[in-house]
Design a protein around this ligand. Structure first.
Ligand code: NI
Length: 389
């Protein structure tokens, strides 16, 4: 039986991989060096079925078990960094100006590589493990998981279940958080163009001032959450961009408002798409203006299937004990494009504790390498649980 001690033996090597990736971050689909690094490591572990170039720089590699026929399960890691100037001051800080691994995807990649090394050696499972190394998790649509799904990886590699993980600052190292059902929110974005009649700022009565209308719209949208949404359901509407005239003495013709919508239930996405323009248009028209509206659907909520979540919990408990696995973890309203893989196949997504680091996407963030054996161990236990010969 494998234990956490087994995976500590891989920690030093995995730390080297992780720090190399941290020093050499790459963005979105442009992961040429990262993909080459991953493929070379996989080949060095004796894995001979490696397909590169899926969704540009994505990789799927297959490890056959020696325990007989069985299903193929997909294990996914994201590999991309963010356009942030690093301030961690670690010896392995980013060598690429303006790009850094601020979301732990360097750690995700190293953990799946560590699991690959172990599994390629042990092969003590039936069926097949499909390692999915994904580009472009952090980008606007179409993101990497969607592109890999659209390029047919589920059918092509016969994947019947799919699993994902993300490290989580604030959860202790050695602990896991998961829950059945929704675990991460959906993301949609919207643009409202408020149209008025511009003019001289000294004579507002000869204009239809879109700035004042925009201010009322922004406040009006808050009531969609506080007054129109069931308090026991989750909806976030955040206005994040606002632009109007560039002069002190000009009332502009129009004001652009943009924002984001996060939800757990698809019915609330429909509600937001319908009601945001209704509120905005009603307010604008009441003051003699009007609006143009665009609603851009992006990532759906990440929702765990109950049976696969039970397997994921069992794997984590086998590794760290029941008291270190929170099976009713707090939902995170951030979006995660692994949701697209979960729309295609049943599976589960888990949070792996990363201790008291800076929060993700902060310039001082750095993945804590002490988490490596736990991530590696969870992947291996998951395979040993689901594909037990
Ligand atoms: Ni991330």
């Amino acid at each position: 039986m494998t234990s956490i001690e087994t995976f500590r033996e891989l920690q030093r090597e995995a730390t080297e991989w992780r720090r190399y990736l941290h020093e050499n971050p790459e963005l979105d689909y442009r992961l040429e060096n990262t993909a080459k690094f991953v493929a070379e490591k996989l080949a060095s572990f004796g894995i001979n079925h490696i397909e590169m170039g899926i969704a540009e720089t994505g990789i799927v590699a297959l490890i056959q078990g020696e325990g007989g026929d069985g299903p193929t399960i997909g294990l996914r890691a994201d590999m991309d960094a963010l356009p942030i100037v690093e301030t961690s001051n670690k010896p392995w800080s980013s060598k690429i100006p303006g790009i850094m691994h601020a979301c732990g995807h360097d750690g995700h990649t190293a953990m799946l590589l560590g699991a690959a090394k172990h599994l390629a050696k042990s092969r003590n499972f039936k069926g097949t493990v499909a390692l999915i190394f994904q580009p472009a998790e952090e980008v606007e649509l179409p993101s990497g998981a969607l592109r890999m799904v659209q390029e047919g990886i589920m059918d092509r590699f016969g994947i019947s279940q799919v699993y994902g993980m993300h490290i989580m600052p604030g959860i202790d190292i050695g602990k896991f958080g998961i829950r059945p059902g929704p675990i991460m929110g959906s993301q949609d974005d919207f643009d409202i163009l408020v149209k008025g009649i511009g003019g001289h700022a000294a004579n507002p009565h000869r204009t239809v001032d879109p700035v004042v209308i925009a201010a009322q719209i922004i406040l009006g949208l808050q009531a969609l959450v506080s007054r129109r949404t069931d308090p026991l359901e989750s909806l976030v509407i955040s206005v994040t961009k606002l632009s109007a005239a560039q002069a002190y003495n000009v009332i502009p013709d129009q004001v652009a408002i943009s924002g984001t919508v996060r939800a757990l239930a698809s019915t609330l996405r429909d509600f937001a798409e319908r009601e945001i323009p209704a509120v905005a248009r009603g307010i604008a028209q009441a003051f003699g203006g009007d609006i143009e509206f665009k609603y851009m659907r992006s990532v759906p909520a990440t929702s765990n299937n109950s049976e696969e979540t039970t397997l994921a919990i069992k794997a984590a408990r086998d590794l760290v004990g029941a008291s270190s696995v929170d099976a009713a973890t707090r939902i995170n309203m951030g979006a995660e494009d692994f949701a697209y893989m979960l729309q295609e196949r049943p599976g589960a997504y888990i949070f792996v504790g990363n201790g008291p680091t800076a929060v993700c996407h902060n310039p001082a963030f750095d993945f804590d390498d002490e988490a490596l054996p736990y991530g590696i161990g969870w992947w291996v236990k998951l395979v040993e649980t689901i594909l037990a010969p």
